[in-house]
Design a protein around this ligand. Structure first.
Ligand code: NI
Length: 130
């Protein structure tokens, strides 16, 4: 499966962005607020690599506990799929559990995404590229 991006939790999106830019990344999609999950999101690219910076805006964000625990860190790979429901079924057979129902990602052209969890893998994300 092709990797779409690596998700990176940031305490301060602006500070982390500046550090990525120092390392040769450029902004692909400027910061956007996701009001479902109360996070700011920005996509950066460096050649074939894409990083998603995720900044929980307050303690009400469902992402806040992860930030409190891990600070600034990569925390998921996102994989591209053609058919989200089919991919979920296949990965369920491989002992991944859906963390919540698929939802649209306003920051990725409203493509559908889902997060899945496996004990030996941790969190992965799937994005349905139309
Ligand atoms: Ni992601």
């Amino acid at each position: 499966m092709k990797i779409h991006h690596v998700g990176y939790l940031a305490k301060s999106l602006e500070k982390s962005r500046n550090k990525y830019i120092e390392l040769g990344f450029i902004v692909e999609r400027p910061v956007k607020y996701d009001d479902i999950r109360k996070i700011n999101i920005e996509f950066l690219v460096n050649g074939d690599y894409r990083v998603e910076l995720i900044e929980p805006v307050d303690k009400e964000s469902p992402m806040y506990p992860l930030l409190a625990r891990y600070k600034n860190t990569p925390y998921h790979f996102c994989y591209e799929v053609e058919d989200l429901d089919k991919a979920v079924a296949e990965l369920s057979d491989k002992h991944y559990t859906m963390m919540q129902e698929p939802e649209v990602a306003p920051c990725i052209d409203n493509d559908r995404v889902v997060f899945m969890y496996n004990n030996s893998m941790g969190i992965i994300e799937l994005v349905e590229i139309r």
